[in-house]
Design a protein around this ligand. Structure first.
Ligand code: DAH
Length: 336
């Protein structure tokens, strides 16, 4: 081997070093590159050094100097790359101890869910369990079985969201009454919370999707007195023992007689205490019991339906329902 050939080999190693070093994307890869280039046992630099004895004595001195320079250059480049890799792998704490800590994110239960949970707790003590039904419902369960006449305005396309397969997005949780009575023999006492859908625009008091909570009690010999006592008990447990309650007449196709329960309550909107409607209710219409396959001579019962979002508004002093359905965490995290 000549000195010229030796120097060419050194130049070749120097020339492809930057690319190989840069290609080490992890500290592990860096160690591999390092031992392939300058490793004592099998590195290319070591291989070159082993060739030195083949040169003339005169040439050996120049060759030795050249390989030393090369060695220093390679080692400097390797160390620089190692520092880069370590910096990007280091946790933030090691980089800047003065950086402020990131605030821990605490999730909060949604105010509508808080209200649903509280209502379920009150009724659970009275022996009610939770039943659920589908949000994509058939018009039969949503309307027909609930004694809606065929031309009832609620079935209009302007009010109800119809699905392409002829189904509907349920407009209320009342269809769960029928589904439950088809599956379980009385006595039945259930609550059915869930989302319902109406063809409405968002404004301060309307949402196109919102929560409802249905209640149903069916057995032999249930009367309007049971309804009134149970719902008054609920209203006082929820709004306070001294809260006045009253039932006023109303109309729903699936109950007869129908009423709405009102509580005398200050919702905190600055207008003072007044009668607030909290639910619709009534004795389940015999036609609904029959549609579910029950003997309406033998069984009777009552039902109610309420809007947990409205109730959350009265509980938390809100005047715009959109706060509850906008999913703005700055609002929602206050309930943590
Ligand atoms: N489904 C009615 C609605 O969406 C609410 C309702 C009223 C449910 C009276 C009931 C009831 O079970 O008895 O407006």
């Amino acid at each position: 081997m000549t000195l010229h050939e030796f120097q060419q080999a050194c130049d070749a190693l120097r020339a492809d070093a930057p690319a190989r070093i840069a290609a080490a994307l992890s500290l592990e890869a860096w160690h591999d590159v390092r031992s392939a280039m300058v490793g004592r046992k099998s590195g290319r630099l070591t291989e070159l050094m082993a060739l030195l004895p083949q040169l003339d004595r005169e040439e050996r001195r120049d060759a030795g100097a050249a390989i030393n320079t090369l060695k220093l250059a390679l080692e400097a480049a390797l160390e620089a790359r190692k520092a880069e890799l370590e910096a990007s792998a280091a946790p933030a704490l090691q980089r800047d101890l003065t950086m402020p800590a990131r605030a821990l994110w605490r999730g909060a239960v949604h105010p509508v869910s808080l209200v649903i949970d509280e209502i379920c707790d009150i009724f659970r003590e009275l022996g009610f369990t939770v039943a659920l039904g589908p949000e994509a419902e058939s018009p039969w369960y949503n309307f027909t079985a609930l004694n809606f006449p065929d031309d009832h305005p609620a079935m209009d396309m302007h009010d109800t969201l119809y699905l392409q397969d002829g189904g509907v997005l349920r407009t209320h949780t009342s269809p769960v009454q029928v589904r439950t009575l088809q599956s379980y023999a009385p006595p039945v006492r259930i609550l059915a919370p869930g989302n319902v859908y109406r063809r409405d625009f968002f404004d301060a008091t309307h949402a196109p999707a919102f929560a409802q909570l249905e209640g149903l009690a069916i057995d032999e010999g249930i009367t309007f007195a049971d309804l009134k006592a149970t719902l008054a008990h609920f209203a006082r447990a929820f709004y306070g023992e001294r809260t006045p309650t009253r039932l006023v007449p109303s109309y729903f196709p699936f109950t007869e007689p129908s009423g709405q329960m009102e509580v005398f309550f200050d919702v905190g909107d600055g207008r003072g205490a007044r009668w607030i409607e909290i639910m619709g209710c009534g004795l389940v219409h015999p036609a609904v019991l029959e549609a579910a396959g029950l003997d309406s001579e033998k069984y009777s019962g009552w039902a109610f339906g309420m809007g947990p979002a409205r109730i959350a508004m009265s509980r938390f002093g809100l005047t715009d329902i959109r706060l509850l359905y906008d999913s703005d965490v700055r609002f929602l995290e206050q309930f943590a």
